[in-house]
Ligand binder design. Structure first.
Ligand code: F6P
Length: 369
């Protein structure tokens, strides 16, 4: 094969990481940049701290040394932020601040000489990316998040690493729960979708798993835990997703739910569920919130492979000039979907997913009878 770069439609592109970080971002950055420079000789502009860096002008050219040795690193060498230039639906909203930010992004895109902007992010980032295509920008997205909740891809990178961390935490709680004959509630991330809690709960043998998609009945949970006690089990593990809700709460509108949560004054759902279990059963119950540990540290082997594959696939889209797309995993295929597919959506756990049946088949309570 000739050492000369192959021809490419994209000559220069910008790259940024937006939203919450996760393991595998650096592997993906390396994948995109390696293939884009080594194969196609493209010029790369690194943008710091997501869309904020583009607005504030924190950009610099990335050279091969910048993305060498980063495959195994957690976090993102580019930095991330939750800056959202479009706050609401742009059809309904035209606040001056919003218009300003979008205009600045368009100007910067032009002045940096970008042919495309590569965005690594979750649902919010892809929604922003899709709206930027309406503004005439060329965008290519890569799906990252520990939540695994992006429509258009079977898996996001970051999920597998967080799953291993969540599972290990549940394993560790098992031994202390057993020693003290306690109920242990562990909260994993996942505000709108419960993929992480459900999978870690199954992998760690959780006795109860609560996810946002299945509003829980504390009475059913109490009955399940008491039944375990009657059958001679001295302890129980309850895995709860950050966004889990009771049946009563599920019926409330946003405002009522906010007031209700302020009233119950628990720092997060794990503490509330622990109190509710104690009140319902009288069993000693402790809460653990795993928090940002789930997003830190080195990516798993599987995440490194997925991130690298999606990264190199993004470089191929850049070379072909196939913009307005998100690279994705479908079965065993790396492919891409139109950016409208992930935009403005969250992929929930569907109740017909095989893992729901799996959990029920091993006697796990999913919060209802
Ligand atoms: O989207 C990833 C995620 O970790 C969610 O699971 C969690 O709800 C959220 O980010 C936390 O966001 P932040 O970093 O803004 O606190």
């Amino acid at each position: 094969m000739s050492g000369l770069p192959r021809s490419s439609v994209t000559k220069t592109f910008g790259i940024l990481t937006a939203g919450g970080d996760c393991p595998g971002l650096n592997a993906a950055i390396r994948g995109v940049c390696r293939a884009a420079t080594d194969r196609y000789g493209m010029k790369i502009i690194g943008i710091a701290d997501g869309f904020r860096g583009l607005i504030d002008g924190y950009t610099r050219e990335l050279k091969s040394g910048d993305f060498s040795g980063i495959l195994t690193l957690g976090g993102t060498i580019l930095g991330a932020s939750r800056e959202k230039p479009f706050k609401k639906d742009p059809v309904q909203s035209n606040s001056e601040v919003e218009q300003d930010k979008v205009s600045i992004i368009k100007e910067k895109y032009k002045s940096l000489g970008l042919d495309c902007l590569v965005i690594l992010g979750g649902n919010g980032t892809h929604t922003t990316g899709y709206r930027l295509t309406w503004e005439g920008l060329n965008i290519i997205g890569l799906p990252k998040t520990i939540d695994n909740d992006i429509v258009g891809t079977d898996r996001t990178f970051g999920f597998d690493s967080a799953l291993a961390i969540g599972t290990e935490a549940i394993d560790r709680l098992h031994t202390t729960a057993q020693s003290h004959s306690r109920v242990m509630v562990i909260e994993l991330m996942g505000n709108k979708a419960g993929h992480l809690a459900l999978h870690a709960g199954i992998a760690g043998g959780g006795d109860v798993i609560l996810i946002p998609e299945i509003p829980y009945d504390i009475k059913a949970i109490g009955r399940h835990l008491e039944e375990r006690t009657r059958s001679g089990k001295s302890f129980s593990i309850v895995v709860v997703a950050e966004g889990a809700q009771s049946i009563e709460e599920h019926k409330m509108d946003k405002k009522e739910r906010k007031q209700f949560r302020a009233l119950t004054a628990n720092p997060s759902i794990a503490y509330r569920v622990a109190r509710e279990i104690e009140a319902e059963t009288g069993m000693e119950t402790k809460a653990t919130v795993l928090g940002y540990v789930q997003r830190g540290g080195i990516p798993s082997a599987s995440d490194r492979i997925l991130a690298t594959s999606l990264g190199t696939a993004a470089a191929e889209l850049l070379a072909k000039g196939r913009y307005g797309r998100m690279v994705s995993l479908s079965g065993n295929e790396i492919m891409s979907v139109d950016l409208s597919i992930p935009a403005d959506k969250v992929k929930p756990v569907t109740l017909d997913h095989y893992v729901i049946e799996t959990a029920l088949s091993v006697g796990t309570c999913l919060g209802i009878d």
